[in-house]
Design a protein around this ligand. Structure first.
Ligand code: MEV
Length: 325
């Protein structure tokens, strides 16, 4: 069977604001999704009949992107990510299935992470009612540290551009890579899952509604944009303390946008005394928080005591790849 793996991601700065053209900084994490694809007598997913309507990301990649009309396939998915938790599990699934399908259909062709990122973005957009930034899919496909922004960002390496027709009009993003200094390896990310699943589509829609009702919230969006730029400068300079401060500041603004939750607040509070900074990550409303820590084990214990499930990762793992079966 052809086997593809794609990592999950954590947004360090800029979630929600990135949907409106502000910058976001994300890193690929060590955990991800593995997909195996092989020819079969009938269509199956995890050994049971495949129902396309229940798996819109997979169906979109198969039908719309690959226009697959070959013999039935058996598909196996193994995820090391908490799902619907802000870790980009659907983006990792799209990228991993795209990689495995390409290896199955055309084994001699090498993987094109940019093409995978684009197809993953189209699947996300379809699942999120047309409001999706390319952050999750680009970070999972390219790996490392990725900056997604409405404009090109100084001090980064431009990789590709993406655009999407959203209900609020055409959005364009520049996707850029950042080489992280070695000093950032002195710390790890500790991810804390609240145990509550959250729908990105609904959270993004909720923010859009609140913005319509209270246009002054645009000021919080602009502030997230400024904090993201400061956070990126701190990352490029290798200043862990400044990165942590920017994470704390970003969390405060996300609270004001109404996307935190009591369970996220409990984990952020538990992690803060042992961390350089802590915040919710992804769309919020449950899902996960992240903390930056020199002693990740200690933070993981604090998160566990507060009722969360911890996961420790490097900042910036490799991107999508093929695996030996
Ligand atoms: C989800 O991981 C991040 C959001 O900014 C949505 C998006 O970028 O599509 C909330």
């Amino acid at each position: 069977m052809a086997s593809g793996f794609a990592p999950g991601k954590c947004i360090l700065f800029g979630e929600h604001a990135v949907v409106y053209g502000h910058p976001a900084v994300a890193v690929a994490i060590d955990s991800g999704v593995r997909v195996k694809v092989g020819q079969s007598e009938e269509w199956t997913l995890e050994g049971i009949p495949f129902e396309p309507s229940k798996h819109p990301h997979i169906s979109h990649i198969l039908n719309t992107v690959f226009e697959y009309d070959g013999p039935p396939l058996k598909m196996e998915v193994k995820s090391g990510l908490f799902s619907a938790a802000g870790l980009g599990s659907s983006a990792a699934l799209s990228n991993a299935i795209g990689a495995a399908l390409q290896a199955h259909i055309n084994p001699s062709q090498s993987l094109d992470p940019i093409a995978l990122a684009r197809m993953g973005h189209s699947a996300e957009a379809m699942a999120q009612k047309g409001r999706a930034s390319p952050t999750d899919t680009a970070t999972s496909a390219l790996g490392g540290c990725i900056v997604v922004s409405g404009q090109q960002v100084e001090g980064t390496r431009h990789v590709f551009d993406a655009e999407l027709e959203t209900p609020e009009g055409l959005r364009e993003w520049s996707i850029n890579a950042v080489d992280l200094p070695d000093s950032l390896n002195e710390a790890c990310l500790v991810i804390g899952f609240t145990g509550e699943m959250s729908s990105t589509g609904k959270m993004v829609e909720g923010v859009a509604k609140r913005l319509e009702e209270k246009p002054e919230l645009q000021g919080e969006m602009d502030a997230i944009g400024r904090i993201t730029s400061a956070g990126l400068t701190a990352m490029s300079a290798g200043s862990l303390e400044a990165v942590g401060m920017a994470m704390d500041a970003c969390h405060e603004k996300l609270q004001l946008l109404g996307v935190s939750s009591p369970s996220l607040e409990a984990l952020v509070e538990a992690a803060r005394p042992h961390s350089l900074g802590a915040k919710l990550t992804g769309s919020g409303g449950g899902g996960c928080m992240i903390a930056l820590a020199r002693e990740p084990q200690r933070v993981a214990e604090a998160i566990e005591v507060a009722g969360g499930s911890p996961l420790i990762s490097r900042l910036g793992a490799p991107g999508v790849r093929l695996l030996e079966d």
